[in-house]
Design a protein around this ligand. Structure first.
Ligand SMILES: Nc1nc2c(ncn2[C@@H]2O[C@H](COP(=O)(O)OP(=O)(O)OP(=O)(O)O)[C@@H](O)[C@H]2O)c(=O)[nH]1
Length: 751
């Protein structure tokens, strides 16, 4: 969190809310000048701040000076800082965004001729969301797609059309590579959201943010047992209340209420963001499996249709064509329908084959070098420019430091100006020793000196960051080889951006050919990329993925395990991971209360909100909720499509959306997710609550019967039905039954 300075204070600077990159700025001016000054003594209102204050005053009358951010403003806690931030964005959002431009607003106080499109953008979604990740796709200027990735053109390697599900296309054969269809025809159409709710061009609705009365009961009273969603929505406000009020009431209650709801939505948006990568792929694959399961008889035709769908999904996610083709061939070999004896569960066999194949792609079969605590190991990081190496080096060091290692960072990137400063800054924040030079231009020399020095200082994890390069830069590759030769790393980690796309395979292979890559770390899994390149990179380097980066923050880094990952991808859920994460994130003192409420079947929206908050502290919420079986909207197309028209009135949703500065679709999605989550948790009713209320004790006290109610059918089947579950519970009992143990059993234990 950039808000935190080295002394542990929370200070306003330009990266106040990094996940949203919402800097303190208005439409046409920066509140804060370029400098990142956070020295309390130098604090003074910048001109721009004063300017903005005035503008807001003109629009809203007098405002509380406390609500204007000033460089250097300090907060005791992160929560306080966020509260302030939320109140502030509320104010700026509605002040600045309400008309075409506040300059005009100030000049003539009339917005009658303003463009309705511009009217309602307190802060645009783009401003809230992280910046797009750098494009390493073949279309980027600096390399030629023809040369870079494939001897075959897209058209050449695409299999025959799969759009066509008519009987004639049943026996899709990946070997037939000469289809002339453009790639668009091969891929499923994009689903467009044509919800009328998204039409926010009605100037009538300009200022009607949701009031505290509206959502407060919503938070407190929502309980899936007693009420239906429709009943939760308090009837205090009639639809005609959507009439605009000319000004925003700035009373404290409103601000308090607004920021709560805003936080809730922010949490939800984070969840969606984090789910983006591979979620589409996972959704398509599980839909294909689901469709196959719906068929009465599973024959060659049904199997081919299912495989076609999966092929299409994988190609669409940028998985290398050859891998996809091999996977399909392998599955067909394994699933020989004719050979399957009658009575065999064909679906299960096919599903298992798909699961195994995806695991095989991701698991090269040999573990990477594992450093040993107390013994100096040199770990060298390599990768493309901007792939996130420097950030990942620090995350890797920090991860190990928390586990009692003594890591150190060496900056051997003499190529990019500012690389050393970046590493230094990161290392200082994480309190990790670092080595580098502003003057030395030979990376080999710096690397050797740094490694030597930290060996003498008894560091056990010496991490060498190298400069970014791509496969056409022969001299940089030679330099990388020399650094490796001189420092003799125990492990070379290839850092790859998940959005790299089809280039992944060739780039990864080029690195592998120059230095002996032993492991892969995939970054930016929180981005909006397709992410299939990750699978290709593993295949190219024949090295396992050991971690994934899920955000810019130093904590947003996770151990990668193949089986739980693929299981999640296929929508089978990673229940164990979820329990473990909950155990981690719910503060001990809140656990008994939470369990009590859940056991009473009393899951309210407030609980969800509070848990979102807990989880948010740990990193992107999607990491957690995508672990919950059946939670992913992507994987539940039926329920998703079955939106309840009575859920909320349009105007109410619009009001909430405006009140929170979010698109109406997100509000609807949030309520849908709530409903679904509430259903899952309502099954906890009657659960025996452990005295001390530890979350880990939950699993000990859950009997198989109760557990089977909680687990989705799909998952239960996977475990082996009630019998399998009972065995598992027994085993768990004998092992102490902690969530960690459970995790191990599912193959997801921490390394
Ligand atoms: N969202 C997100 N951003 C990340 C992640 N990892 C790194 N980044 C961001 O990616 C950008 C590039 O990261 P760097 O660490 O500077 O990349 P690099 O590979 O060292 O760059 P070069 O030295 O130029 O090759 C930075 O803005 C990082 O904050 C991640 O897991 N998620």
């Amino acid at each position: 969190m950039e808000m935190m300075d080295i002394n542990g204070d929370y200070v306003v600077d330009r990266e106040f809310q990094p996940r949203r990159r919402l800097e303190f700025k208005g439409r046409d001016n920066n509140i804060f000048p370029e400098s990142n000054t956070v020295d309390e003594n130098e604090v003074k209102d910048s001109e721009a701040t004063v300017d903005l204050t005035k503008k807001i005053e003109v629009i809203h009358g007098e405002i509380d000076d406390k609500l204007i951010p000033k460089v250097g403003m300090k907060f005791q806690t992160e929560a306080e800082a966020y509260d302030f931030y939320n109140a502030y964005t509320y104010m700026v959002g509605f002040s600045i965004g309400k008309s075409k431009g506040y300059k005009e607003e100030m000049c003539n106080h009339s917005s009658s001729d303003s463009d309705p499109q511009e009217e309602y953008s307190p802060l645009s979604v783009e401003e809230y969301l992280p910046q797009p990740v750098e494009d390493h796709s073949p279309s980027s200027d600096d390399f030629d797609p023809q040369e870079e990735y494939s001897p075959l053109s897209v058209d050449e390697y695409l299999p025959q059309p799969v759009e066509d599900h008519s009987p004639s296309s049943d026996d899709f054969n990946p070997q037939e590579e000469n289809s002339q269809l453009p790639v668009e025809e091969f891929l499923p159409p994009l689903v467009e959201d044509d919800s009328p709710l998204l039409d926010n061009s009605n100037p009538q609705n300009e200022y009607s943010p949701m009031s505290v009365e509206e959502y407060s009961p919503l938070l407190d009273e929502m309980s899936i047992e007693e009420n239906t969603i429709e009943e939760y929505i308090p009837g205090t406000l009639e639809d005609d209340e959507s009439q605009q009020s000319p000004r925003i009431e700035m009373d404290e209650e409103y601000i308090e209420g607004y920021r709560n709801f805003e936080k809730l939505l922010a949490a939800f948006v984070n969840k969606l963001e984090a789910k983006m990568v591979l979620a589409q792929l996972g959704g398509s694959i599980s839909r294909a499996i689901q469709q196959m399961s719906n068929a009465t008889i599973i024959d060659e035709k049904v199997l081919n249709e299912c495989l076609n769908e999966i092929t299409r999904a994988l190609l669409q996610s940028d998985v290398q064509f050859k891998l996809v083709r091999d996977m399909q061939t392998n599955i067909k070999k394994i699933v020989n329908l004719d050979d399957l004896a009658a009575g065999h569960n064909k679906r299960k066999i096919i599903q298992q084959a798909i699961f195994n194949e995806l695991c095989t792609i991701l698991d090269p079969g040999k573990p990477s070098f594992t450093p040993k605590k107390g013994k100096a190991s040199v770990i060298m990081f390599v990768g493309l420019q901007g792939s996130g190496k420097t950030t990942t080096c620090t995350k890797y060091a920090y991860y190990h430091q928390k586990k009692g290692w003594k890591p150190a960072l060496v900056c051997a990137d003499t190529f990019r100006a500012g690389a050393f400063d970046q590493l230094k800054q990161n290392a200082t924040k994480a309190k990790i020793p670092f080595y580098g030079s502003y003057t030395e231009s030979d990376p080999v020399r710096i690397a050797v000196e740094g490694v030597e020095r930290f060996k003498q200082e008894n560091c056990d994890l010496i991490i060498v960051d190298t400069s970014g390069r791509h496969k056409q830069e022969a001299s940089l590759f030679e330099e990388m080889r020399q650094v490796a030769e001189a420092t003799k790393p125990d492990l070379v980690i290839f850092v790859m951006d998940s959005s790299i796309g089809q280039a992944a395979f060739d780039q990864a292979q080029a690195f592998k050919q120059s230095v002996s890559v032993g492991a892969v770390i995939i970054t930016k899994m929180d981005g909006h990329a397709k992410g299939g390149g990750a699978l290709s990179a593993v295949a190219a380097t024949k090295s396992p993925v050991i971690f994934i980066g899920t955000g810019e923050h130093i904590d947003e880094f996770e151990v990668f395990d193949v089986k739980p990952f693929v299981s999640r991808l296929l929508g089978m859920g990673d229940w164990s991971g979820f329990m473990d994460k909950i155990h981690e994130v719910v503060p001990m003192d809140q656990q008994p209360e939470l369990l009590q409420k859940l056991s009473e079947g009393n899951f309210t929206l407030r609980i969800m909100y509070e848990q979102f908050q807990n989880i948010l502290k740990m990193g992107p919420i999607g990491q957690v909720f995508s672990m919950l079986p059946g939670f992913s909207a992507e994987l539940m197309p039926k329920e998703l499509d079955n939106s309840n028209p009575k859920l909320m009135t349009e105007s109410r949703i619009m009001r909430i959306a405006r009140g929170s500065g979010r698109p109406p679709r997100e509000v609807m999605d949030m309520l849908e997710e709530y409903k679904r989550l509430a259903k899952v948790w309502s099954k906890m009713k009657g659960l025996k609550i452990p005295k001390k209320g530890e979350m880990s004790a939950l699993s000990r006290n859950m009997n198989a019967q109760q557990m089977s109610k909680v687990l989705p059918q799909q998952m239960l089947k996977q475990i082996g039905g009630m019998g399998g579950l009972q065995g598992l519970m027994k085993q768990m009992g004998s092992m102490g039954g902690s969530a960690k143990d459970m995790m191990g059993m599912f193959g997801g234990a921490d390394k």
